[in-house]
Design a protein around this ligand. Structure first.
Ligand SMILES: *Cc1c(COP(=O)(O)O)cnc(C)c1O
Length: 242
C-alpha cells in the first residue's frame, strides 16, 4: 500500500463504511448498529484530522505516551469532540495517564487495573467507560481475561465509583478460518448475552478488525476497530512502544 495521504484516507473511509454496510445487510442488521473506531496508533495528526474531516469521531490508540502527545496536541487545536479509546495492553504504571486522557478503555483484563483506573480518574471528568477484554483466541500469549475470571471483573467494573461498564472486547486469532472466526466472535456474543440481565450496561461488543470485520458483524459486533484499511500499513521502525 502507498504511503497514505489525507485524500487516500477519505477514499479508504468510504470503502470501509461500504464494507460495514455490506456486512450489516448480509445479516439483516442496520448499518447504524455498528460504530467505526478508527485505530490511529503510529499514525500522525494529519491523518487523524483527515478522518475527522470525514466525520469520524472515535479514535483508538495502543501506546500510552504516543497517544497522550497526540490527544493533548489535538485538544489544544480545538478538536474537543473526539472520543478517545485505549485498546492496547495496560501496564499498571500507565493507568494514571489512561485515566486522565481517555474516554473509553477497552483492554482491561485485571482487577488491579480496574481499581487503579477508578482511583486515578480525575474528579472533574465523567466516569471512565470500560470494556473488559476476553481471551477468545485461546492462544497462550494473547491478551484478555479467561472466561472464568469474567464474573469477578464484571462485578468490580460495575461497582467501582469512577468506572462505567459498557461492554466486552475481543481479538480473534489472526490466522483463524471463517468457521473459527465465527466460533470466537460467537463466544463473546454469548458471554454478553449471559451477563446482560445482571449488568444492563453491558451493551457494547468491540470485535472485528481490518481482516475479519465481516464475521464479527455477523456475530453481533457493535464496534469494529479498523486501522490498516483506513490509514495503511503501520511502520513501527520510528517509534518506541510504550
Ligand atoms: C492495531 C489494532 C487494531 C487495528 O488492526 P487493523 O488490522 O490495522 O485493522 C484493532 N484492535 C486492536 C486491539 C489493535 O491493537
Amino acid at each position: 500500500m502507498d504511503t497514505p495521504t489525507s485524500a487516500s484516507v477519505a477514499a479508504n473511509l468510504q470503502q470501509v463504511h461500504g464494507a460495514i454496510d455490506q456486512a450489516c445487510q448480509a445479516c439483516a442488521r442496520a448499518g447504524s448498529e455498528v460504530r467505526l473506531l478508527c485505530v490511529s496508533k503510529t499514525k500522525g495528526e494529519d491523518l487523524i484530522k483527515a478522518a475527522y474531516e470525514q466525520g469520524e469521531r472515535h479514535f483508538g490508540e495502543s501506546y500510552v505516551s504516543e497517544a497522550v502527545g497526540k490527544i493533548e496536541s489535538l485538544r489544544a487545536q480545538g478538536f474537543n469532540d473526539i472520543v478517545w479509546h485505549f485498546i492496547g495492553p495496560i501496564q499498571s504504571n500507565k493507568t494514571k495517564h489512561i485515566a486522565a486522557h481517555f474516554d473509553v478503555v477497552e483492554s482491561v483484563e485485571r482487577r488491579k487495573i480496574l481499581e487503579r483506573l477508578s482511583a486515578q480518574r480525575p474528579d472533574d471528568l465523567p466516569p471512565l467507560k470500560v470494556m473488559l477484554q476476553v481471551n477468545i483466541s485461546h492462544e497462550e500469549q494473547k491478551q484478555g481475561c479467561e472466561v472464568e475470571e469474567l464474573p469477578e471483573l464484571l462485578e468490580a467494573a460495575s461497582s467501582l465509583p469512577k468506572l462505567e461498564l459498557i461492554g466486552l472486547m475481543g481479538v480473534a486469532r489472526i490466522d483463524a478460518s471463517e468457521s473459527e472466526l465465527n466460533a470466537q466472535f460467537g463466544q463473546l456474543k454469548a458471554l454478553q448475552e449471559r451477563f446482560l440481565a445482571q449488568y444492563p450496561g453491558l451493551k457494547e461488543l468491540s470485535m472485528g478488525m481490518t481482516h475479519d470485520l465481516g464475521p464479527a458483524i455477523a456475530q453481533g459486533s457493535t464496534e469494529v476497530r479498523i486501522g490498516t484499511a483506513i490509514f495503511g500499513e503501520r511502520d513501527y521502525s520510528k517509534m518506541h512502544k510504550n
